[in-house]
Design a protein around this ligand. Structure first.
Ligand code: FMN
Length: 265
């Protein structure tokens, strides 16, 4: 499937079949998680796979998820950041989104679950870790509805609402982006998941640089949103051989727009 089509049909799964992940699938999941953490940096991040979904669900129901509505799944993947560097969280979210691509290839659906309000001691007892912070959870399992769903456009920002030229607030037009070969990339990147579907990412294209900001920064959850959309931009950029890496240097402050990272075209 074309990358664009694939990312367009990538939607959150909230209803999972009541079937455990079989041994063969679990082995593949462990392997891909191990490979990903080597890429991301073992000093900064760790992944924890919990294949006893039932116990995680019971322990977190009423505590995790939007307004305590926990998503029931046969397995969960947790991301543990081992330091307080905001860049680690951005990188971790990027890595999880990359893992989702591989999990989807195994026929598994996923949904991100907010765990920021859960007491760290509760999280520690469920996931058996000592240090660091457990900032996100991914529900993993076989979707009840296996049909490929396409996103509706009506719950996503228009390109000019989140892509700017030269300076913040100066909306990019389709022509601006077409000239630079970026129109399709942003047209599809807006389907990236974000907490509460808030789509807080804002891009400023300056010459051959793409700068990423978060509007009305609300904390760690937006660093996850940032890492996710960076993955989408990279994946979509492969079609125009945009191979550069993101320079991740979040500058957290109280400004309306918080700078996160930039990337050369
Ligand atoms: C950091 C993050 C946290 C999220 N937390 C939850 C959650 O707790 N519960 C939930 O149902 N969906 C959660 N989501 C899923 C988003 O609501 C969903 O991605 C968004 O509404 C867009 O829908 P889509 O993924 O189907 O395109 C989360 C997404 C992100 C990126």
């Amino acid at each position: 499937m074309l990358t664009t089509q694939f990312l367009k049909s990538r939607t959150s799964t909230r209803d999972f079949k009541d079937i455990k992940l079989d041994e063969g699938t679990l082995e593949k999941v462990y392997k891909m998680v191990d490979e990903e953490i080597v890429k991301l940096g073992k000093d900064d991040l760790a992944f924890i796979v919990q294949s006893d979904g039932e116990s995680v669900y019971k322990a977190l129901d009423g505590l995790a998820g939007y307004r305590g509505v926990m998503i029931k799944a046969p397995a969960y993947l947790a991301l543990n950041t081992l330091n307080d560097n905001p860049a680690s969280l951005v990188k971790g979210a990027y890595g999880v989104e990359e893992l989702i691509t591989k999990l989807n290839a195994l026929g598994l659906g996923t949904c991100w679950i907010t765990v920021s309000d859960v007491d760290p001691e509760v999280k520690k007892s469920i996931f058996n870790y000592d240090g660091g912070h457990l900032n996100l959870l991914l529900a993993v399992g076989y979707p009840v509805d296996e049909s490929v769903r396409e996103h509706q456009f009506d719950d996503r920002l228009g390109i000019g609402e989140f892509v700017y030229m030269d300076r913040l607030g100066n909306s990019a037009t389709n022509e601006d982006l077409e000239q630079r070969g970026l129109e399709d990339i942003f047209a599809y990147a807006r389907f990236a998941p974000s907490a509460y579907n808030a789509q807080p990412w804002r891009f400023v294209v300056v010459d051959d640089l793409i700068n990423l900001y978060i509007k009305d920064y609300k904390g760690d959850v937006n660093l996850l949103d940032a890492g996710i959309i960076m993955y989408y931009i990279d994946k979509l950029g492969e079609s125009i051989s945009m191979g550069s890496n993101w320079e991740i240097e979040p500058k957290i402050n109280n400004d309306e727009y918080v700078y996160i990272a930039s990337k050369r075209l």
